[in-house]
Design a protein. Sequence first.
Length: 261
Amino acid sequence: MYAVVEAPRAGWLSAQTLGLFAVAGVLTLLFVRVEARSARPLVPLRLLRARSVSGGNLVVFLLGSCAFGMSYTLSQYGQGVLGYSPLRFGLYNVVMPATAVIGSYAGQALVTRVGARPVAAGGLALVGVGSLLLAGVPVDGGFVRDLFPGLLLFGPGLGACAVAGSIAALTGVEERESGVASGINTAAFQIGGAFGVAVVTSVAVSYAGGPGLAGLTAGYRAAFTACAVLAALGLGCALALLRGPGRPAPDRVVTTRRARS
């Protein structure tokens, strides 16, 4: 994440950026090696081998990237370009968490009927469309005209996908490991949020079109577009990795067969 944040200043192919990415890769491999050889690992790697667990966590990771990245960009645009005070912006922005609560309840009800995959995919589609609507913000924008439509779609999609991704990440996990699986899922969302902020800040700096508010707005448009791209990646992961309705979890089938034998 530090490499991504510093890349626009240092250069994407600079020695600093490539070196930071190399260090991150080595540390990741070291972590995997330690966890694989540990008798009591912090992150049991066998959990991530399950398609539903890895798919659910990847979806939640990308959802967190969109949510945190969009919120950060929105606050910068609302206060830095439109000139809203923190209090006024906070009151305007309440529409997103309020609709996210509605989306989470609706998503919970739908998952029991149609499964996690269509709910997660539908939620990410709403998140992506909402981000694209925000990507058209002008320099002299207004809340009702330019921000409200995007937030009205983004909120329910965020709530519904968060529920579906979390359910998918716990599907097939044995009861004694449900705590660590839930912890991994929470960490995936938080780490995804940090990654999303790193991505959108780098994109905003890279695509800022010069000095003044017009330049800032150009960078924020690109950042909102980056959020839409992250949502599209999450949508692809949901369709490819999460199981559809009516299909039993392979992990549960294996557990049942072992119990019978």
